[in-house]
Design a binder for this molecule. Structure first.
Ligand code: UD1
Length: 441
């Protein structure tokens, strides 16, 4: 099936007729999950790489594209700006940005993607002019853009605010520069890197993010003819080139957060899950903690297996940090696992101020978690209870699904429009390893 028509704009799940509906998951928990799950492509690499196609006029085929609503929304943003975007329904998308001439991002769609400001760098590189809605509040915390803007200024851009809540970034001619990020930011690193690839001269970016998704974006840009070195370290050196070219295929890296979520399902249900086609190197800190929690972890070149062991052990402290530290995107899932341990663990969230937004829902399932300052004190309980719960964001949503899979009895998880933003057909994936789970309107 080829999908070249505009898709659902709301981020809600699509029903069979292409309309929106409010859906929830019914989960009959308490069953050990066993089997193999193949990793999908990474959302946080797919989205910026789709945006980066703006920099390379022509056709690019991206493989291993996850079928999630954020990706469809990014496809729609590009389409509304003049690109041709064609999903083949089998994990690939062909993007042709030859005729993309619009410099103003469509507000209604862009506000749905937390990562939407990340298209600014690509528009700047292509047109020297970008007009993008200022990010609003977000359910997990403040989405600051000061370093994005300072980074653009170091390349010779002028920043302004336009009516309608848009920020405008313009440059007559982008020129290489030097910028030191005061704080590690994935979004700002991606954005300024995209703007710099077509700037005249050399750009040095210091204290950059080292996330695998940042490396994947740099590798993609290099495949288009950019000259970026240092990806995966804290310093990027970018020699501007005159133009980037398209007409090639590129495969997105595996999703480490999706991988970690499915492995946590093995631990929390006392099951045994192997995630294949993934990369253990991306998940070292997380896997160390899962091992410390008493779970059996086995890795190979491209797979990770977790065998759930009882008791689940407390792990002392977890502190979320930029890569290679413990990922903020696996904090809710891991905290949920620790809520069933036989002791006390401490989880400190350092990236986003509102990322404990799911704790009240977890408490309703019987978890014993108190927030003290920026730290969650997790006192393990012997079991979780089934309950109707509401997912407040993507990763918190998947954590509540894990809680429901572990809890005896039937739970309902609503707020699927969030979960669907980051997980492709989550109910099918869990059902394939033995979960009693179904999606109902
Ligand atoms: C962040 C996470 C990323 C995760 C994604 C989705 C980190 C470092 N980043 O990326 O792993 O996949 O959320 O959940 O873990 N900040 C500023 N000024 C800026 C930009 C950012 O102060 O100009 C701050 C943010 O408010 C935040 C921190 O820096 O506290 C990291 O933000 P950033 O990495 O940019 O966020 P995302 O790109 O969304």
């Amino acid at each position: 099936m080829t999908i070249c028509e505009p898709v659902c704009e709301s981020g809600q799940s699509l029903n069979e007729n292409g309309g929106n509906e409010v859906t929830r998951l019914i989960i009959n928990g308490g069953k050990p999950l066993r089997g193999e799950i193949a990793a999908n492509g990474a959302k946080n690499a797919a989205l910026p790489i789709m945006a980066a196609c703006i920099l390379a006029p022509g056709k690019v085929k991206l493989n291993r594209i996850p079928d999630i609503s954020d990706v469809r929304i990014m496809g729609e943003i590009l389409r509304q700006m003049g690109a041709e975007v064609c999903f083949d329904g089998k994990g690939s998308v062909v993007i042709d940005t030859t005729n993309l001439s619009e410099t103003k991002a469509p507000y209604r769609l862009v506000k749905k993607l937390n990562a939407s400001f990340d298209i600014t760098g690509a528009l700047l590189g292509r047109h020297g002019d970008a007009s993008v809605p200022l990010p609003g509040g977000c359910v997990i915390g403040t989405r600051a853009i000061d370093m994005h803007l300072e980074g653009f200024k170091s390349l010779g851009c002028v920043i302004g605010q336009e009516p309608g809540g848009f920020v405008s970034v313009k440059a007559n001619k982008l020129s290489g520069g030097r910028y030191h990020f005061a704080k590690t930011s994935v979004g700002a690193t991606k954005n300024v890197m995209m703007a710099a690839v077509l700037a005249k001269g050399k750009t040095i970016l210091e204290n950059v993010a080292r996330e695998p998704e940042v490396v994947d974006l740099a590798d993609f840009l290099n495949a288009c003819g950019a000259n970026i070195t240092g990806q995966g370290t804290t310093k990027l050196e970018i020699h501007g080139v005159k133009e980037l070219h398209a007409d090639f295929e590129y495969s997105i890296i595996p999703d480490r957060i999706e991988t970690g979520t499915y492995l946590t399902a093995a631990a929390i249900t006392g099951g045994d899950i192997t995630v294949s086609g993934t990369n253990p190197e991306f998940l070292k800190t997380f896997l160390r903690k899962i091992g410390k929690a008493g779970q059996k972890v086995t890795t190979g070149n491209d797979f990770i297996r977790v065998e759930g062991m009882k008791p689940i052990l407390p792990v002392g402290a977890i502190i979320t940090e930029p890569h290679p530290g413990f990922p903020t995107d696996l904090q809710p899932q891991t905290l949920t696992l620790l809520s069933l341990s036989n002791g006390t663990s401490y989880v400190r969230e350092k990236i986003f101020d509102m990322r404990f937004n799911y704790i009240n829902e977890l408490r309703r399932m019987g978890a014993n978690v108190e927030i003290e300052g920026g730290t969650a004190v997790v006192r393990g309980v012997s079991r979780l209870l089934s309950a109707p719960v509401d997912a407040p964001d993507i990763r918190a949503g998947s954590a509540l699904v894990l809680a429901a899979l572990a809890a005896e009895g039937v739970s309902e998880v609503s707020g699927l429009c969030y979960i669907d933003r980051g997980y492709e057909k989550i109910e099918d994936r869990f059902a394939s390893v033995g979960a009693d789970i179904r999606r109902v309107p």
